[in-house]
Design a protein around this ligand. Structure first.
Ligand SMILES: Cc1cc2nc3c(=O)[nH]c(=O)nc-3n(C[C@H](O)[C@H](O)[C@H](O)COP(=O)(O)OP(=O)(O)OC[C@H]3O[C@@H](n4cnc5c(N)ncnc54)[C@H](O)[C@@H]3O)c2cc1C
Length: 386
């Protein structure tokens, strides 16, 4: 006889783990998580930079970040030391008076919605990040509640807590078929021959979500896109904690990672695909910008052996897809976070668990993230994309 579960989740990355955690906390029982890899978080979660910010220009991104921050603050004692969420701040800076004007407008929009963000003149920028070359600075903004999350630590906390409350995490189980039955349930099969019937199936398969959606007959617009992170050699001259510092003119961002600095830069020409090969030549794309804005960091050199690439899971408007789809009752998506999956995981888990158990997301209005927006042309436009 086929096994029965109340809820099956595909994927034990930070998103699937957060959904499982919230479901368990809200009292759901008989929840099963199927993960292809031997350990949780082995997909994009383990490759992430871990930045969290509320400096966004769309209502829904901003709300998701604020809800995540609230949840993380509430879990601080439980997660323990070292903290999974470090409020080092995000500092955006620019030489361009036009960009600075747009930043000031964005800051006003954010402040009206409860985000603590400070507008900085050139001296204010240099006071916070004295290591930048800032002879021509126009200004910047600083969000004190922004910072970094340790993605692996957060994912593992969600997994262990959900497991303690009874969620069954099963590894090396690749979901290979998902079909609606005539009795209105989902018949979920794995490549090693398991079969589970459940009224609710959650797709939390990150960059691989499109394939799982296709099994259930849905065209999900989520594409994998490679993204690099580079670690420098040791740098003694910088303080141990610096804000995530973003040169809005070049798109180069830096933060501390131990005694080194982690550098991110997005390649606008990167084609969609599952290529995660690390390309050392990619450095040439941002070397000049790094040298002119962050000379002391450039001087430390890149440690190629400790740098890596992973996959963003990207939607056409760089916003996640959360919720159900018409004609597929019991099928839930929590996909396409487009570079924001770690920071929005706490909120996404809460919202999806509420949708499943209470029929609506009570903690945040996520209606804008419905998959329907692609058919109706109501795409969301975010200007602070990294
Ligand atoms: C270089 C880089 C930097 C990033 N920086 C940030 C950042 O600063 N801030 C931020 O918020 N986000 C960042 N991200 C994005 C973030 O990593 C992702 O949005 C987030 O990890 C998505 O979590 P997930 O659980 O959906 O995906 P994943 O962690 O990829 O988990 C999905 C899981 O599904 C499993 N799976 C797939 N197919 C199947 C199947 N058929 N059956 C069973 N299991 C399956 C996979 O094995 C995987 O474990 C970054 C990403 C990269 C690559």
């Amino acid at each position: 006889m086929e096994e029965r579960a109340s809820i099956v989740i595909a994927g034990a990355g930070v998103i699937g783990a957060s959904v499982a955690f919230q479901l368990a906390r809200m009292g759901a029982r008989n929840v099963v998580v199927l993960e292809r890899e031997p350990v949780p978080g082995a997909g994009s979660t383990s490759k992430a930079n871990g930045g969290i910010r509320a400096q966004f220009t769309t209502e829904v991104n901003l709300r998701m970040s604020l809800l995540s921050m609230e949840i993380l603050d509430g879990l601080e004692q439980e997660i323990g030391e070292p903290p999974a969420y470090r409020k080092a701040g995000y500092l955006f800076l620019t030489d361009s008076p036009e960009k600075f004007a747009a930043m000031q407008k964005a800051a006003e929009y954010q402040r009206e919605r409860g985000v603590s963000v400070e507008v900085l003149d050139p001296a204010g920028v240099l006071n916070r990040v004295p290591f930048v070359a800032g002879e021509n600075l126009a200004g910047g903004t600083f969000g004190a509640r922004d910072g970094f999350i340790d993605p692996g630590r957060l994912c593992n906390f969600f997994v262990s807590e959900a497991a303690r409350l009874g969620v069954s995490f099963r590894y090396q189980r690749e979901v290979s078929a998902v079909e609606a039955t005539s009795s209105g349930e989902w018949d979920i099969r794995t490549s090693n021959g398991e079969a589970i019937l459940a009224p609710v199936f959650v797709n939390a398969a990150g960059a691989w979500a499109k394939a799982i959606a296709a099994m259930a007959g849905v065209d999900l617009p989520v594409e994998p896109v490679r993204r690099h992170l580079f670690l420098t050699g040791p740098i003694a001259s910088l303080p141990p904690l610096i804000p995530m510092t973003i040169d809005a003119d070049s798109g180069v961002l830096v933060r501390r990672e131990g005694d080194r600095v982690l550098i991110a830069y997005s390649n606008p020409d990167e084609p969609a695909g599952f290529n995660t090969a690390f390309d050392p030549d990619f450095v040439t794309r941002f070397a000049e910008a790094l040298d002119s804005r962050f000379p002391s960091i450039a001087a430390a050199g890149i440690d190629m052996r400790r740098s890596w690439a992973g996959l963003y899971e990207v939607t056409p408007d760089h916003h996640s897809i959360i919720g159900t789809v018409a004609g597929r009752p019991g099928l839930f998506f929590v996909n396409g976070f487009s570079g924001h999956g770690v920071m929005h995981a706490p909120a996404a888990g809460r919202c999806v668990a509420e949708l499943i158990l209470k029929g609506r997301s009570e903690s945040a209005d996520i209606s804008a993230l419905s998959i329907d927006r692609f058919a109706s042309g109501e795409l969301i436009h975010e200007t602070m994309v990294l």
